[in-house]
Design a protein around this ligand. Structure first.
Ligand SMILES: Cc1cc2nc3c(=O)[nH]c(=O)nc-3n(C[C@H](O)[C@H](O)[C@H](O)COP(=O)(O)O)c2cc1C
Length: 189
């Protein structure tokens, strides 16, 4: 990793959005209430946000928004500069969770998670697959979703990873975030 980097004055939250529509609105509400936060979008997140009515140009007014448009996930270098004390991936799609469990880092979302681990920056992951059956808000209205055993297994596996807190509800997410904001060191170890 190239980045040599002076420590940022006030570390922030790196909030990663994936292509999960489930819990997107709830996560965006929390993001809006935070003062020190930057957004990192997977390619799918860039598409899905628009489908759920979010205007990326407006989001950029209030915070930095990094899109997934480089092969090497250039924005991950900021993690090495001490710019972020916490990574939140919320909502985390089945795809991103599966890749994180497999140690794959080929998108901005999965790269932020992998590089956060290598920098010992704690990550909070709000998985979209929270139960064997759930109602999800699709762009056209509510739909039933039945996460597969492999999806739920992956969520359970990720919860055992170091520097990682997996949360399964908005309430758990808020508690985990409050804990980090109350004690924002760059490492939980
Ligand atoms: C409208 C819409 C909503 C979606 N919602 C979900 C979702 O709730 N959970 C999920 O795992 N995938 C969802 N997907 C599929 C993901 O976007 C897709 O798997 C994508 O490859 C995820 O990429 P990412 O993990 O890099 O963000 C949705 C797709 C669309 C078009």
């Amino acid at each position: 990793m190239v980045a040599a980097m002076s420590k940022a004055a006030e570390p922030r939250v790196a909030w990663v959005l994936t292509g999960s529509g489930h819990y997107l609105k709830e996560c965006m509400e929390i993001v809006k209430g935070l003062s020190g936060v930057d957004l990192f979008l997977s390619e799918a997140a860039g598409e899905v946000l628009k489908m759920y009515g979010y205007d990326l140009a407006k989001l950029k007014d209030g915070m930095k928004v990094y899109r997934d448009n480089t092969a090497s996930s250039v924005p991950v270098t900021f993690l090495y500069g001490g710019d972020y004390h916490t990574v939140v991936i919320g909502p985390a799609s089945s795809n991103t969770v599966a890749k994180c469990v497999a140690g794959i880092s080929d998108t901005l979302a999965t790269n932020i998670y992998a590089q956060a681990g290598k920098c010992r920056i704690p990550s909070i992951v709000f998985a979209c697959d929270t139960a064997p059956a759930l109602i999800s808000e699709a762009p056209g209205g509510d739909v039933w979703v039945y996460p597969r055993p492999i999806d739920l297994e992956n969520v359970g596996k990720l919860a055992k990873f170091e520097q990682t807190t997996v949360v399964l509800s908005v309430e758990e997410l808020q508690i985990a975030l409050d804990q980090r904001l109350g004690c924002p060191s760059t490492s939980s170890s």
